[in-house]
Write a protein that binds this ligand. Structure first.
Ligand code: URA
Length: 446
């Protein structure tokens, strides 16, 4: 961040103090006021401690939709925007609020592209119990995830899709404030989350956006009411910026699919693209893919969209599209043709059921935390990852298990894994009564 300039810094400091006071006293902030605070912070004219106080006051007192739109605009200001007219219309985009084992982008993007709809996806890294798409894809040898704008256009032109790291030049205000929010407990606030996510999506500039808003223990906002409120805010906000969007509330009360951990998740995504039905993963991915196809063509019926999706999964086009895209972006093709050549952990430790019964709970936070313990995730932004490490969860809520059945396999390198075994064991609750499986798709919000 640029260093603070004393002359203009004094005015900026007074402006941010006035804005903090106004919000604390319950006044609505104006668009120029919000633009001024964010612009001054990005330019280094106000220090972190004042911006942290502003964010905390906003998180406590709230922002209405006008203020949230002003914040979104302020985040985008001064940053780059993609010009997707260069790759042909329509182009769609998706965003997930994140969760454990969420590899939906790896499955859905090639399905949508194989159905003839271009998809541009800028993704992030994981922190804490939830993984990030870029970390998962980094387990593919050679794959480049730092494309510049011209490379983005070129890859979409050649393959109909692109997945790359989030460019810091899009929505610079979000990048600058996100790091502060992360250390001041101001991430989990609906207007701040909505402005952060929608600013990046508006800067990408797709024609249609599908928001996968997670709800449940492993989600950013756990309760369904809060997740719904976040979804409604994001859809309304996107509409203000002319971005057609819908949100799907999906379940994160247990991990998505079986694999949790980077290379393990890539392998599982490739299996789904080859036509395998993976419980807890295939069904929500189909719903997301259908919504994306319909966002590109509002006249397309759900039945037609499903037929297209089934066709590209059955005839191998979705799988081939993934390989073609990854190869164009630098991946070594033979590794993806034979996924066993992706990073593989030297040790696999099973965790067994201690009793007979029905699975009542598989805690995504405990599974995610066990994955962090073996190096599949990180607790601080720069921590290195073990791309081969992770967990494969063999049972879902509602399954019948017998004592001695394998509940989870932990994939890891040599060393002590007692803590991971303990967390993986504690993730499971097995009860005497049968238990219904989890509902995977809760609501669609348009
Ligand atoms: N993801 C984002 O991009 N921003 C947030 O504020 C939270 C999750």
């Amino acid at each position: 961040m640029p260093t603070q300039t004393a002359a203009t810094g004094a005015n900026a400091s007074l402006r941010v103090q006035a804005s903090i006071t106004a919000k604390r006293e319950g006044r609505l902030l104006t668009e120029p006021e919000i633009a001024g605070v964010v612009g001054d912070f990005v330019a280094g004219r106000i220090p972190d401690y004042q911006m942290a106080a502003w964010l905390a006051t906003v998180a406590c007192r709230g922002l209405n939709l006008d203020e949230t739109a002003a914040l979104t605009r302020a985040y985008i200001d001064g940053g780059d925007r993609l010009d997707l007219t260069r790759v042909g219309r329509p182009v769609v985009d998706k965003h997930s609020t994140g969760g454990v084992g969420d590899k939906a982008t790896l499955v859905v993007t090639p399905i949508v592209a194989a159905c003839g709809v271009r998809m541009v996806k800028m993704s992030g890294r994981g922190l804490g119990h939830a993984g990030g798409t870029i970390d998962k894809l980094e387990s593919i040898p050679g794959l480049r995830l730092d494309l510049n704008t011209d490379e983005v256009y070129s890859v979409v032109d050649q393959t109909g899709m692109v997945i790359t790291g989030q460019s810091s030049s899009l929505a610079p205000g979000d990048g600058a404030t996100y790091a502060l929010r992360d250390v001041t407990a101001t991430v989990e606030d609906i207007p701040l989350i909505a402005a952060s996510i929608i600013s990046k999506k508006v800067a990408v500039g797709a024609d249609g956006l599908v928001l996968d808003v997670k709800t449940g223990e492993g989600a950013l906002i756990r309760g369904q009411d809060g997740a719904r409120a976040l979804a409604q805010t994001m859809v309304a906000l996107a509409r203000r910026f002319g971005l057609r969007s819908q949100a799907i509330l999906t379940d994160m009360s247990e991990p998505m699919g079986r694999a949790v951990g980077n290379a393990l998740e890539v392998k599982e995504a490739l299996n789904v693209l080859r036509g395998e039905e993976v419980p807890g993963l295939s069904a929500p991915c189909r719903v997301l893919a259908r919504a994306l196809l319909q966002s590109a063509d509002p006249n397309l019926s759900g039945i037609e969209a499903d037929q297209r999706i089934n066709r590209v999964l059955k005839n191998g086009e979705a799988h081939d599209r993934f390989i073609h895209w990854a190869t164009v972006q630098g991946a070594e093709p033979h590794v993806l043709e034979e996924p066993d050549r992706l990073p593989t952990a030297p040790c696999v430790t099973p965790v067994f059921a201690s009793r007979d019964g029905w699975v009542h709970r598989v805690s995504p936070r405990a599974i995610g935390s066990a994955a962090v313990r073996v190096g599949a995730g990180r607790l601080s932004a720069r921590a290195p990852l073990d791309h081969a490490a992770g967990l494969v969860v063999h049972h879902r809520v509602g399954d019948r298990v017998d004592a001695g059945d394998v509940l989870v396999e932990i994939h890891h390198s040599w060393g002590n894994i007692n803590a991971a075994v303990q967390e993986a064991t504690q993730a499971f609750v097995i009860g005497d009564e049968p238990c219904p499986p989890t509902t995977q798709v809760h609501e669609v919000i348009t």
